[in-house]
Design a protein around this ligand. Structure first.
Ligand SMILES: [Fe+2]
Length: 260
């Protein structure tokens, strides 16, 4: 099974709107074009939030319009820039889905909700953590990937590490207890990171628009190109992670802007 992981498109209703100088609608389309050009043929797309930047129905409809031609399942969850009910309203019609659990012949995928309405940081409710425990306990024979928006572990940028999952350690503890939990993959940090902790891989994906500078104390954007991850998942529970950056597109990042 091949999973194409996209995150943080930050789309607008207005095609000319920009985030930190970057036209986010154009950059998502450049990412999708790059996937086509490389002839990557994923079994499904997983999108870990911040789909909209302006909270409009049109921004979600544009996301549908851009991804629909692939004719593949698209599993989405909400980021801090989304309104969860709106995301569910527009991204729940096949092949789009906001299902929290997907069980295939050999794998279990869990979409964990870290969204806190009106807040930038993330949190996992008691209910969400109990549900995660239940899914892992009931499917001990299935290697599992957990997707979430916010990062459960520090990524090494002080400002970002203040706005991750505030109780991320509880997630780390649960995953460490279950040997079939192979990977936790997330967005929010707009950069590629990969770290293994107690046999679980914690992996972030670049944004499809503007990137954040690595190891930065304060907010700082970067000129890096948009990107995406491909997870090639084998029956035996191994995952090969490939990171891609868009070849034929250079984002016009305005580095003078000090926040987003
Ligand atoms: Fe984001």
């Amino acid at each position: 099974m091949n999973i194409l992981h996209l995150s943080d498109p930050h789309l607008f209703a207005d095609d000319s709107s920009t985030l930190l100088g970057v036209n986010t609608n154009d950059s998502l389309q450049a990412v999708l074009e790059d996937i086509r050009r490389r002839k990557i043929n994923p079994d499904l797309f997983v999108v870990t939030g911040d789909i909209s930047q302006d909270y409009t129905p049109e921004s979600y409809q544009k996301f549908v319009e851009y991804l629909a031609p692939f004719n593949k399942p698209v599993l989405s969850l909400a980021g801090n820039h989304d309104e969860r009910p709106k995301l569910k309203k527009y991204l729940s019609t096949a092949p789009f889905s906001t299902a929290e659990q997907l069980i295939t012949e050999n794998w279990q995928l869990l979409m964990l909700n870290s969204h806190v309405p009106g807040r930038v940081y993330g949190n996992l409710s008691e209910e969400e953590l109990l549900w995660l425990e239940k899914c892992l306990s009931e499917n001990q024979d299935l290697p599992t990937i957990v997707f979430t928006h916010h990062h459960p572990i520090p990524v090494g940028s002080h400002w970002l590490d203040q706005i991750g999952i505030d109780n991320g350690q509880q997630l780390v503890k649960i995953l460490s207890k279950h040997p079939q939990a192979k990977m936790c993959a997330f967005g929010h940090v707009h950069q590629s990171t990969d770290r293994t902790h107690q046999d679980v891989s914690y992996c972030s994906v670049p944004s499809t628009c503007v990137q954040f500078k690595k190891h930065s104390a304060d907010f700082s954007a970067s000129q890096e190109k948009p990107g995406y991850n491909l997870y090639s998942c084998s029956k035996d529970g191994t995952i090969i992670v490939d990171n891609f950056r868009v070849d034929n597109y250079l984002p016009s990042v305005n580095l003078a802007i000090s926040g987003y």
